[in-house]
Design a protein around this ligand. Structure first.
Ligand SMILES: *[C@@H]1O[C@H](CO)[C@@H](O)[C@H](O)[C@H]1NC(C)=O
Ligand SMILES: *[C@@H]1O[C@H](CO)[C@@H](O)[C@H](O)[C@H]1NC(C)=O
Length: 359
């Protein structure tokens, strides 16, 4: 028991040390456009109209978001929203599902909860835009943008200046490989083979994005999903703070992702891919060692999502997890801050996002 106060104290310290970057948009954004690909960490409403259990368009999601409930899987902003604010965008980038041609020139959010690198990942929950589907949606947007801008050369140059972020792969584990009753992958592949096939498919997908004119692309490694309250509840932690076998699987993927990014930069002279290291920017002491912080803020269903209309915790700024899987607005500030301006050379390589914007 005596340890509890010092643990709480250390999380307060961690939160306190988040450098304060200005969130006030002054003047023009640093880049003309910002495109977002990924899963529920990025989704801002694309799943609202889909037939799926992976939705967040109900309270208590959005309780601290200026526009209330939107489909974001957190109480406030996603880290991708906050990076957009650091880049100087005065408004949040709209979701693909509802965007009109009038708004596409500043970027589009394609993120879809439960989506993965593999098309089948997340399918037991219902419909979703897999990463391959998100790339098709982006192809649609780039042709609509050429029509709006009426000059193909101009549009091609324009797309090269944008920032692209990609955060995908978590669901290929939690909503695929780690569910042997729903998906055969764990019978077909060893954990190393699986990381390898994911990386091969991811490599092709990232080249598709490059082929659609993207140059400045920040690719997020996977977070330590073995430390999420939902996975801790599902699997035996064997006395450790996190499910180490899951973090080990994630590490095998991340250890291949960084060389993939370096290889893509070497092979394509115009490419400016960068690897953002989630393990480094969300240190274990924030996600796991602190029991108070390791409980979801809202009351959760078995799948880790908030129970609709339930009453969340009061001091949301002190929770790392809003539900059983997704970070709170406070944690998202920490993630966005360190990926935008790296604190350690491990955080981002070769560039952090503020550097990527200036290239
Ligand atoms: C199309 O855009 C390019 C690049 O911005 C520019 O040099 C060219 O003059 C434009 N062409 C027309 C017909 O406006
Ligand atoms: C990410 O950061 C962690 C912690 O600093 C480090 O141990 C790990 O090697 C890094 N991962 C990669 C792929 O660079």
């Amino acid at each position: 028991m005596a340890r509890e106060p010092s643990r709480l104290f250390s999380v307060l310290m961690v939160l306190e040390f988040i450098p304060v970057l200005t969130l006030v948009a002054t003047g023009e954004p640093q880049v003309p456009c910002y495109f977002l690909f990924g899963d529920s960490l990025v989704d801002s409403g694309n799943n609202n109209g889909l037939k799926t259990a992976a939705k967040a368009n109900y309270t208590p999601y959005g309780i601290d978001f200026p526009q209330g409930v939107s489909g974001r899987f957190t109480n406030g902003r996603t880290y991708a929203d906050i990076i957009g604010q650091f880049l100087g965008f005065p408004n949040f980038i709209p979701p693909y599902a509802t965007i009109t041609d009038k708004d596409i020139s500043t970027g589009v959010n394609y993120g879809s909860a439960s989506a993965g690198i593999r098309d089948e990942s997340g399918s037991h929950m219902g419909d979703r835009f897999s990463f391959s589907r998100q790339l098709l949606n982006h192809e649609d947007i780039t042709s609509r943008l050429s029509l709006v801008q009426r000059n193909k050369t101009f549009t091609n140059d324009y797309l090269k200046k944008c920032i692209y972020i990609v955060n995908i792969g978590t669901n290929d584990y939690i909503n695929n490989y780690l569910m042997p009753n729903n998906y055969p992958t764990s019978q077909v592949y060893t954990i190393d083979q699986y990381a390898e096939v994911l990386i091969q498919q991811y490599s092709q997908q990232l080249m598709t994005l490059y082929g659609l004119g993207a140059r400045k692309i920040a690719v997020f490694g996977l977070a330590q999903i073995g430390c999420t309250p939902t996975e801790i509840a599902r699997f035996d932690t064997k006395g450790k703070p996190c499910v180490e076998s899951i973090n080990d699987a994630v590490k095998r993927f991340n250890d291949r992702l960084k060389p993939l990014i370096d290889g893509l930069n070497n092979d394509n002279s115009e490419a400016r891919f960068t690897f953002i290291n989630f393990t480094s920017i969300v240190p274990l002491q924030v996600t796991a060692i602190l029991p108070i912080i390791n409980v979801p803020c809202c009351q959760v269903r078995e799948d880790g999502y908030c129970i609709p209309n339930s009453v969340p915790c009061l001091v949301r700024a002190l929770s790392v997890f809003y539900d059983g899987l997704h970070p709170s607005d406070t944690a998202n500030i920490a993630i966005a801050t360190r990926s935008y301006k790296a604190l350690s050379p491990m955080d981002a390589s070769p560039y952090d996002i503020s550097h990527l914007a200036r290239l």
